[in-house]
Design a protein around this ligand. Structure first.
Ligand code: ATP
Length: 237
């Protein structure tokens, strides 16, 4: 399968502090790649480097185009949507206003209401809450809204930062079922960062393990799941 995202020698830094030290990884077209690692390993920074919100060096190729020198807005327009850490919804705007904002970078506004209806059919809960301020939604509903807002871009690639963060196991399970359905129906590719390694390794096709800014292991998720070291350090069994 061809890669929609190819990253070579990715470095990133905050001020004079280097956080990523030459990462190589890929996301297959229509596939899910997981980035795993302990707190502070550099997972969020990797997502920021792809969409250009942190200083980076190296090669980032998206759908065949080099994007490492592009501003974030152009990267988003090419079809990379973020579901950021902490969800990033606009607290004082309603659910529906947040969805409209998600479509803002799209070239034409014609099908926006159609896409909002599509989001509501994926997330009926958001339809019930369409006029509610996003800041007053539950954690799970805010995560749904963050995913739905990203879908409004009709992305080719979604960057998901810890979708399970702060959610009860039942809600997390529901969110991942929906992500699997979205992937099946739209064929969108996904790069996912997750603290919950066990969950991520069940959802992903490929996985990369990051330690202090370097990739220390990579391969098919189902093979990494069986690795003794990964089990002991990340899966707890
Ligand atoms: P977590 O699972 O805790 O979110 P992570 O693997 O996503 O961890 P990053 O958030 O990418 O890790 O952080 C990598 C390193 O970069 C950490 O040491 C962190 O302190 C540092 N860092 C992150 N953001 C900034 C920032 N804005 N300014 C300075 N240093 C930062």
């Amino acid at each position: 399968m061809s890669a929609i995202l190819e990253v070579r020698g990715l470095e990133a830094s905050y001020g004079d502090r280097t956080v990523l030290r030459g990462l190589d990884f890929e996301v297959a077209e229509g596939g899910v790649t997981a980035l795993l690692g302990a707190n502070g390993a550099g997972k969020t920074t990797t997502l920021r480097a792809i969409c250009g919100t942190v200083r980076r060096r190296g090669e980032i190729r998206f759908a065949g185009k080099r994007i490492e020198r592009m501003p974030t807005e152009s990267i988003v327009r090419l079809g990379i949507a973020q579901v950021p850490e902490g969800r990033g919804t606009f607290a004082t705007l309603t659910t529906e206003e947040n969805l409209h904002l998600g479509a803002m970078t799209r070239p034409n506004g014609r099908d926006i209401s159609l896409d909002i209806e599509r989001c509501y059919s994926i997330f009926p809960r958001l339809k019930e809450r369409r006029s509610q301020q996003a800041g007053t939604l539950s954690g799970g509903e805010q995560q749904m809204l963050a995913i739905a807002r990203a879908l409004m871009l009709r992305p080719k690639l979604m960057l998901l930062d810890e979708p399970s963060f702060g959610l009860a196991p039942m809600i997390t399970k529901h969110i991942f079922e929906i992500l699997a359905e979205v992937k099946r129906e739209s064929g969108v590719s996904m790069l996912i960062v997750e603290q919950n390694a066990s969950l991520a390794l069940r959802f992903a096709d490929q996985a990369y393990l990051i330690e202090t800014g370097s990739i220390v292991m990579s391969g098919e998720a189902k093979i990494i799941r069986e690795d003794e070291g990964v089990r002991a350090s990340y899966l707890g069994y």
